[in-house]
Design a binder for this molecule. Structure first.
Ligand SMILES: Nc1ncnc2c1ncn2[C@@H]1O[C@H](COP(=O)(O)OP(=O)(O)O)[C@@H](O)[C@H]1O
Ligand SMILES: [Mg+2]
Length: 262
């Protein structure tokens, strides 16, 4: 049987992410479909990026489509909002990592190479973010899970703002020239922990080799309830394929930028 929501736990900073306990005994961070005006692709993006990152073995938090019935919304005061719309149906939910802190809290004195258990994934996150034109890898959108040995595991979170057009992408916005965001503190830190620039270039290969059929299947699997038009799905498929070819040049720019900090 699919899991169902048992108890509302808390609202996270920002107000759009809600922690809810489910019948499988786990707490999930739930982000609602179409809750804010002008953000109809936010949760679609969370889902797409989660799926694509999984295919590339990047550290997205395990996630699922979670069904929230009407009666749960009705009995939960936190979901009675006049500003936002909380409808029943399938939402995006990822596991709540309790023992974690945002990168923002450590940016002044960030973990060293040996502190980060999955350091080898940082180059991949950097290149992947360019592929999908992520414009939101701020210091609040990376969390560090505290491990029992004192080390950290880096998790990528919050993938609502990706692709040209961001929360509202469409076939039309996807045809615009992307503006790339690789200057940000997280990327600077990731770059400083690389063994070799080859870590970046070899991840390009990994993305290029990701079968186009797998990308197609991910786009096909967007829940029908989320109303992504066939025209937009087709345009996204085309965009992701074309973006593969842009990666060598962007990675070259990343290397130039972070090797010669101003
Ligand atoms: N899976 C998670 N585990 C632990 N904390 C999380 C998780 N997801 C989000 N958070 C926390 O909640 C904050 C808001 O979540 P986020 O997905 O970034 O939503 P928003 O779109 O509002 O920025 C994050 O900055 C982080 O502190
Ligand atoms: Mg965020």
């Amino acid at each position: 049987m699919t899991k169902y929501p048992v108890r509302y736990v808390q609202t996270l900073r920002g107000g759009t992410a809600h922690v809810i306990l489910f019948s499988d005994g786990k707490e999930y961070v739930v982000k609602w479909f179409d809750t804010k005006k002008g953000r109809e692709k936010e949760v679609v993006n969370e889902y797409l990026i989660g799926k694509l990152a999984e295919l590339l073995s990047l550290p997205v938090i395990p996630f699922d489509l979670v069904y929230i019935p009407e009666d749960f919304i009705k009995k939960t005061p936190e979901l009675q909002s006049t500003k936002h719309n909380y409808s029943s149906g399938y939402q995006y939910g990822c596991v709540f990592i309790k023992n974690s802190t945002v990168f923002e809290n450590v940016r002044e004195n960030p973990p060293t190479k040996t502190d980060v258990k999955n350091r080898d994934m940082l180059a991949g996150i950097t290149v992947f973010d360019q592929w999908v034109n992520n414009s939101d890898r701020g210091t609040m959108n990376v969390i560090l899970e505290n491990l029992s040995d004192g080390g950290y595991y880096v998790h990528m979170i919050d993938h609502g703002r990706v692709f040209p057009g961001r929360y509202q992408w469409s076939a039309q916005t996807l045809s615009e020239t992307p503006v790339y965001n690789y200057h940000w503190p997280f990327y600077k830190w990731a770059f400083s922990l690389l063994d070799d620039h080859k870590e970046l270039t070899s991840f390009i290969e990994k993305i290029v080799k990701l079968p186009n059929k797998s990308i197609y299947q991910v786009i096909e699997s967007i829940p029908k309830e989320w109303n992504v038009k066939t025209k937009d799905r087709d345009a996204l498929y085309k965009f992701l394929l074309e973006q593969k070819n842009k990666l060598p040049e962007i990675v070259e720019r990343i290397i130039q930028h972070h090797s010669n900090p101003k």
